[in-house]
Design a protein. Structure first.
Lengths: 111, 115
């Protein structure tokens, strides 16, 4: 079975732009979580979605938003990009609130 | 509120030596605790988890961790380090708190293994 997939792998944007990151969970998994990992730090929790409903939110500004689709895939949107948004964005899927399986991440660079 | 503290941002051991990576947590509810490993330019891989069953948890690649409620600790150990164990290790706590269900990660400990 395919693992968690994320696209794109790498992305370069300029300040003020908007970006959309995509995640496809493992087949059968209904929960998707998003994390931001700044270089040299641990992942920071952004959102968790389960059955298309937001179930958890971390301490991120409203510029960050997400949604989950009927097929359980998910998008993370970030508006008005700042230099500090440069990071590895990780997606994880799980059955509900169980073991999380992480994708390889999307490396976002904001110039 | 939940939090995780990993003691030591870098740990260096010789091949064949004991690996000990320290993690202390804070949680207002019974926690789920995890250890993940991250190799360069890759996502995170689950090593093991504690979910209120046995306090000594065995994971993959010979790693294990012991949940000690009195010490609020969940330290990761491996009896004999291999070169392939060199990576970044993250301790995490999951549970329901402010803002709903979330997973909080520690800052990570980079393990170096010397030949």
């Amino acid at each position: 079975d395919a693992g968690v997939t994320q696209s794109p792998t790498h992305l370069i944007k300029t300040r003020g732009q908007q970006v959309t990151l995509r995640c496809s969970p493992i087949s059968g998994h209904k929960s998707v979580s998003w994390y931001q990992q700044v270089l040299g730090q641990g992942p920071q929790f952004i959102f968790q979605y389960y059955e298309k409903e937001e179930r958890g939110r971390g301490n991120f500004p409203d510029r960050f938003s997400a949604r989950q689709f009927p097929n359980y895939s998910s998008e993370l949107n970030v508006n008005a990009l700042l230099l500090g948004d440069s990071a590895l964005y990780l997606c994880a899927s799980s059955l509900q609130s169980g073991d999380q399986y992480f994708g390889p991440g999307t490396r976002l660079t904001v110039l | 509120a939940q939090s995780v503290t990993q003691l030591g941002s870098h740990v260096s051991v010789s091949e064949g030596a004991l690996v000990l990576l320290r993690c202390n947590y804070s949680s207002s509810v019974p926690p789920y605790l995890f250890w993940y490993v991250q190799y360069p330019n890759q996502g995170l891989q689950l090593l093991l988890k504690y979910t209120s069953a046995a306090t000594l948890v065995k994971g993959i690649n010979g790693f294990e961790a012991e949940f000690k409620k009195s010490e609020t600790s969940f330290h990761l150990t491996k009896p004999s380090a291999h070169m392939s164990d060199a990576a970044e290790y993250f301790c995490a706590v999951s549970g329901r708190g402010d803002g709903g269900f979330k997973t909080i990660f520690g800052a990570g400990t980079r393990l170096f293994v010397k030949a």
